[in-house]
Every structure is written in structure tokens, then in C-alpha cells.
Design a protein around this ligand. Sequence first.
Ligand code: NZQ
Ligand code: ZN
Length: 384
Amino acid sequence: MEDFTYYCPTKIIFGKGTENKVGKEISEKKILLHYGGGSIKKSGLYDKVIASLQNVGIEYVELSGVVPNPRISKVKEGIEICRKQGIAFILAVGGGSVIDSAKAIAAGVPYEGDVWDLFIKDIPIKNPLPVGVILTISAAGSEASPSSVITNETETRKLHIRSDLLRPKFAIMDPELTFTLPKFQTASGIADMMAHVCERYFTNTSSVDLTDKLCEATLRSIIRNAKLVTNNPNDYEVRANLMWASTLAHNGLLGTGREEDWASHMIEHEISAFYDVTHGAGLAVIVPAWMKYVYKQDLERFAQFAKEVWGIEAASKEEAALKGIEEMKIFFREIGLPTTLKEMELDNQKFGEMAKACTERGEVGNFVKLSPADIVKIYELARE
Ligand code: NZQ
Ligand code: ZN
């Protein structure tokens, strides 16, 4: 096991009706209320949030319209508003996209230059505004993560910033808020959480038995509840288990003491950047293709994945490894996700260009270090 510092200060407020307490969690008197395209109005959540803020006399300025794969232009709008109006707190109500947009605004307000600099240069994040979250989708794990992933729409780039200072102050998580999710969004979220665990599970670090078992248990629980949620979208317990899994999959706990990989995410982010696809659906295509490309690096680990996560045993480790990967694809298909680029109907596939953009800062991944040529091969494996 490697040395590590684990710091995850986000206060989790989990359960039915917890969104009604949001006003009490905020000490600032004027905030930015940040949300997406309207699902929070349709579900009635917006009215509850406003009532809770008004109850404690918090003034709010609204900035809505965050889109999936959130844009830097919206971030810049938010920075302007916060500066002009002297706002010192951001409340993100939504999913990963809204939370990431809020974090980027938070980081950008005190930074004097162009906020995109923070994404392309190694500039440390200093004194970001505090961010609070009301989560409406179990997926990205941004509610407790240190990262923000933003798309620069004019440059066709999707890049991230990362700092423990960006971890939200609190995350309000009411599983009932996820009942209204369309089936495809629920499934994409499931693939994203599973990918977050896999990025940590496939490691060359030895003697990490405890976190191996935590990863396997988290994956098994996600799979079990994913199979139930399709026919029971309003089952509180099923939604609750998925919601907590989204946080645990990505708050850093499962990666403690291990070298993490993250190649699949880097490779998928280029698909999102070039084609504006749903992140989790992109991962359902890329993770199995990545696995097929790298499994020989550690047959033992892949056979363990097949056995402990999918219940597969086979005559040889290689056979088990391949069956485990295939089982994951079958599962993604069962929950309604694409598993090939062809199914995603991406025309004009620019594999070379995407691989080049992906490796702009050098090879990606740690389990196996990948060059642009490797990444092109992974896109090709993902094609059909
Ligand atoms: O905009 P609205 O109308 O709210 O609709 C959203 C959006 O269209 C809808 N939605 C959310 N909650 C809903 C709902 N619809 C009905 N009922 C609800 N309760 O779902 C759509 C997708 O929302 P989005 O926020 O994009 O989903 P997700 O949480 O999957 O976030 C994806 C983004 O997070 C990034 C991804 O790259 C992607 O941009 N990630 C962020 C990470 C982080 N910060 O740590 C890590 C992840 O690996 C990921 O990269
Ligand atoms: Zn992800």
C-alpha cells in the first residue's frame, strides 16, 4: 500500500426532505443559485429551495441554463455576476454539470486572469468561494469530489481542475429527488459510478486488499440496485443505495493507498468534447474497450474482477478475464446503454485527433501507460 492523505470534508446530509433544510446550512446572506435546464422546476424542488432560503432571509441571484458537459461561457457569466453583486457563496442544485460549473465559478472569482488558464496551466486554485450542493442525480460524484470538468466550446476541449479546496462544504442528498430521472440518465449515472470504481480498482499497487474488497462490494451493490431500478424507479431504498454509491465511488476513499488509473476517463472526455455525448454513456463504450486492450497487464486482477464482481469462474485466468469484460458489456446493454461507438452514431470519427488531444500532456493512465497510438487502438476496439 502507498502512503496517502485522505481529506474529504464535505458534510453529507442524506435522506427524505433534507432539501428543505438548505437555508440553515448557509451562513452567507447573499448567494448565487445555480442550476440547469429546468428539471428542478418541473419536480417542484426549485420552490422548496426558494422557500428554505427565504425562511432564513438569504438573498439569492439566479444563474440557470447549465447544460450537460458544462460550458466555460456559463462559468464566465457566473464569475461576472458574483463579482458585480458581491456574492460569496454558490448553491448548486442539480447534477455533476451544475456542480462542476459552480466549482469553476468558485475558483474563477478570486483569479484575476482568464478562468480557462486554471484548466490549461498549472496554476494552483486559491481562495475559491464555498460551494454547497443539492444533488438530483446519482452519477458523477462531484458532490464530494475535488474536481470540476468544463468544456471550452470554442476550442473543443473538455478539461478538469482539481483541488481539495473545491470539495463542496455540504451535499444535501435526498434519494427521492432522483425519482424523476429518465431511464437513460439513471443508466448513464450507473456506468459513471462503476467507471469511477474501476479507475481505482485496476492498479499495479500491491497489498491493497481492504480497498479491493471495498471496490468489489461497491460494484456489486451498484449492479444489484441497477437491475432493480429499471422496474422500480420510485423505490426509495434502491435509489438511496445508488445515491450513496455515487458519492463513495468518487470521494477518494476507494483509492486510498493505491495508484489510480484514469485513462478511460481521459479517453471518454475527448468523445464528450468532440461529440457532446453523455459522459456515462461514453464510458459504457470506452471502459470495456480499455479493459480488452490492457487486461494482459494483470490477468490475476482481471480474473479476480470477474469472480468477485460478476461471479464468473473459468478454466483459465485469461478466459475468466475475458468473460468478466463481456459480462460488463452485457450488463450495460441490459440497462439501456450503448457499448459501441457505432451505436452512439458518431459520424466522422476523428480518432487520431482525439488521441492527440487526449495525450497533450503526455501518456495517459497508470495501470498501463497509453500513447496516442494505443488510444487510437482503443477507439477502434470500441467502434463495433
Ligand atoms: O439540466 P436539467 O434540466 O437539470 O437536466 C439534467 C441534465 O439534462 C438531468 N437531470 C438531473 N437531475 C434530474 C434530471 N432530470 C430529471 N430529474 C432529475 N432529478 O440530467 C441531465 C444530466 O445532468 P448532468 O448534471 O450532466 O449529469 P451528471 O451528474 O452525470 O454529470 C455529468 C458531468 O459531470 C462530469 C462529466 O464529465 C459531465 O460533464 N464529471 C464530473 C466529475 C467530478 N467533478 O468529479 C467526475 C466525473 O467523472 C465526470 O467527469
Ligand atoms: Zn466519470
